[in-house]
Write a protein that binds this ligand. Structure first.
Ligand SMILES: Nc1ncnc2c1ncn2[C@@H]1O[C@H](COP(=O)(O)OP(=O)(O)OP(=O)(O)O)[C@@H](O)[C@H]1O
Length: 285
């Protein structure tokens, strides 16, 4: 395990009210700078797990630590600071209806105390990248679902957060835009952001060589990236080959003629020994 992962879950369980546990015994690390997908059927608990990760819900048991700190004992007044280090793309976008697209996206920068003239160009460039260069002054209500989703994504990534949590971030866009957004996430990841993306889109998952966390019946299964699985397969094959060779060698030795084995001299066998053998012209005279 990573000595100081960004997020660590240790035997975490979660239930809503008095209902059954919907997440059970979750133990995993999100290493610093890692990129992972979260998949699972509808209702498996992906959104609930993401809510636990961004501290919008509490576990019913187990331990969650954030940047090495126990989330359960974090003072409430530290939460806003902590949340500022995390960008979130909510499934339902949560845009501010009275602000235009530009201001929605710039909000995290404004909250961080940056000046408009310092970030205006970056925000405009980001909006152009997500295909909204001509919608900067539009209000969210006038946008399509896919456009609102892209505003939500731009807002989550604009401040280069330490962690990005995205719930179905490509659910409302066409495959081409989905690829473009994935590119945006991988670029952010290259800059050091730890990323977790919940998605049903298996085509998206296949585009990257990243670990896949799958929720099913409350349990989490983590599949390592393709390259790691390939290396594990190659190591297993090499091991099996070496074992087969060792076995074949053992069989060869067992089947070899006795003459090949070192001879043990039997002292009682004097008649045929070099000293007792009188057929060799020994000195009898
Ligand atoms: N606020 C809530 N109160 C009670 N139960 C809830 C609440 N939110 C979610 N659940 C239940 O928890 C389970 C997991 O829901 P969750 O939304 O986390 O799943 P999901 O995998 O994100 O689903 P989807 O892919 O459809 O978005 C479901 O059975 C759901 O009914």
């Amino acid at each position: 395990m990573d000595p100081e992962p960004v997020i660590r879950f240790d035997n975490v369980g979660m239930r809503y009210g008095r209902g059954p546990e919907i997440l059970r015994d979750l133990s995993f690390d999100l290493p610093r700078g890692s990129f992972q997908f979260l998949t699972g059927p509808s209702g498996a608990g992906k959104t609930s797990l993401l809510r636990l990760i961004y501290l919008a819900a509490k576990p019913s048991r187990g331990l969650i630590s954030y940047f090495g700190r126990d989330a359960a004992t974090l003072p409430r007044n530290e939460l806003p600071d902590l949340r500022r280090r995390v960008g979130v793309v909510f499934q339902e976008f949560r845009l501010l209806g009275h602000m235009n697209v530009f201001d929605n996206v710039a909000l995290p920068l404004r909250v961080a105390g940056r000046k408009r003239q310092d970030y205006a160009e970056d925000v405009a460039e980001l909006l152009a990248w997500v295909g909204l260069g001509d919608k900067m002054n539009a209000l969210p209500a006038t946008l399509s679902g896919g456009e609102q989703q892209r505003v939500a994504i731009a807002r989550a990534v604009v401040g280069q957060p330490e962690v990005l949590i995205a719930d179905e971030p490509t659910g409302n866009v066409d495959p081409e835009m989905g690829m473009r957004l994935l590119r945006l996430f991988t670029e952010l990841n290259k800059l050091g952001t730890t990323i977790i993306i919940a998605t049903h889109d298996l085509q998206l998952v296949r585009m990257l060589d990243a670990p896949v966390m799958t929720l099913s019946n409350g349990h989490l299964h983590i599949r390592p990236p393709r390259s790691v699985r390939q290396r594990m397969r190659e190591e297993a094959e090499a091991e099996a080959e070496a074992e087969a060779e060792a076995e074949a060698e053992a069989d060869r030795i067992a089947a070899a003629p006795a003459a090949a084995a070192p001879r043990i001299h039997d002292p009682s066998d004097t008649a045929s020994g070099p000293d007792g053998d009188d057929s060799d012209g020994g000195n009898d005279d």
